[in-house]
Design a protein around this ligand. Structure first.
Ligand SMILES: [Fe+2]
Length: 282
C-alpha cells in the first residue's frame, strides 16, 4: 500500500493548504500545525485547547503565533499538553511551554525512566543528534534542540486513562518504539493520534526508527486495528489526517521484522543501556 492509494481515500471534508489544515467535528476542531520536523495537533473546544504531544523546542514561538493568530485564542486557553514519549520531537517544547505559559503536562508513567542514569543521558544526546539529522534531511535547518531529559509530568497517564480536562480523550499504551509510548484516542469522534507508531516517509508507510521491542510494536499496531478509528493522525506524515486503512497497518506490521541498515542499528545499540530497556527485556 503506498501513499497514492491512501490519498484516494483522503477525506474531502478536511481543509488543507499543507501548512495549515483542520478537521471540524460537532464539539471540536482539530488543527494541524506543521512543526520543526513533525506534525503538531491542537484540538480546539469552546472551553479550552488540548495539544496532542509536546512538539520540538524550536516550535514554541510558532505554536504561540498559531494559537493566538490563526486559531485566535489566548495561550491561557491551552490547558494541557499530552506527551506520548520522551523523544526530542515529542517532548522538546513541552518544558518551555509549561514554564512560559503555565500549561499542565500529562505523560506516561515511565517516561522519565527512559533517559535516566548514564545510559539514558547518552541516549538523550543520541536522540537529539538523530532529530538534528532528520531536520537536515527535511531541509528544516539546524536549530537548537536541547531540552531537559526529565519531563516531570503534572499528570500520569496509564493505559485507558482519561486525559485531565478532556475526558473524551484517553491514553492507549503503545510500546515498541520505546518502552512507554502511548497513543491518544477520542472514541466519540473516532480519531487516534498514533505519534510515531507508523511513519510516512513521503512514499511509504513504515515502522518507526528504532523499534526496540518488535513483539510489543506488533501488538500496538494490532490495537489500532482493534479500535478501527475513522481517522489516524501521524506525527510524521505529509497528510494531516488519514482515513483508517487496515491493509496499510498490516503492511507496516510485516515490515517490523525486516533487518534494518547498519547505521540505523547503531541507534538501537545505545538504547540497550537505558534503564527501562533493560527492565523490559528481563
Ligand atoms: Fe519517537
Amino acid at each position: 500500500m503506498n501513499l497514492k492509494d491512501i490519498s484516494s481515500k483522503y477525506s474531502s471534508s478536511t481543509k488543507s493548504n499543507n501548512a495549515k489544515a483542520f478537521l471540524k467535528f460537532k464539539d471540536c476542531t482539530l488543527h494541524l500545525h506543521k512543526g520543526y520536523v513533525q506534525n503538531n495537533y491542537i484540538v480546539e473546544y469552546n472551553d479550552g485547547l488540548l495539544m496532542l504531544d509536546g512538539a520540538s523546542r524550536p516550535d514554541v514561538d510558532s505554536l504561540e503565533g498559531f494559537i493566538t493568530k490563526d486559531i485566535n485564542r489566548s495561550m491561557s486557553d491551552l490547558r494541557l499538553i499530552a506527551v506520548t514519549h520522551c523523544h526530542p520531537d515529542h517532548a522538546g517544547a513541552a518544558h518551555l511551554m509549561r514554564k512560559k505559559f503555565s500549561i499542565a503536562i500529562a505523560a506516561p508513567e515511565s517516561i522519565d525512566l527512559w533517559y535516566s542514569g548514564f545510559g539514558g543521558a547518552l541516549q538523550h544526546i543520541s536522540d537529539t543528534l538523530q532529530s538534528t539529522f532528520m531536520a537536515t534531511q527535511m531541509k528544516s535547518g539546524i536549530k537548537w534542540l536541547y531540552y531537559k531529559r526529565k519531563l516531570n509530568p503534572d499528570f500520569i497517564l496509564s493505559n485507558n486513562s482519561r486525559l485531565p480536562f478532556f475526558n473524551d480523550w484517553q491514553a492507549i499504551n503503545a510500546p515498541g518504539h520505546t518502552g512507554h509510548n502511548i497513543m491518544l484516542y477520542n472514541e466519540k469522534n473516532s480519531i487516534i493520534y498514533i505519534a510515531d507508531s507508523i511513519i510516512d516517509n513521503g512514499s511509504k508507510f513504515l515502522p518507526p526508527v528504532p523499534v526496540l521491542f518488535p513483539e510489543m510494536m506488533k501488538e500496538s499496531l494490532a490495537m489500532i486495528k482493534k479500535i478501527k478509528p475513522e481517522y489516524l493522525l501521524l506525527a510524521h506524515s505529509s497528510m494531516p489526517f488519514l482515513r483508517y486503512n487496515e491493509q496499510m497497518i498490516d503492511s507496516v506490521i510485516k515490515k517490523i521484522d525486516a533487518k534494518d541498515p547498519l547505521f540505523i542499528r547503531f541507534f538501537y545499540l545505545l538504547s540497550k543501556f537505558t534503564g527501562q530497556y533493560r527492565a523490559l527485556k528481563k
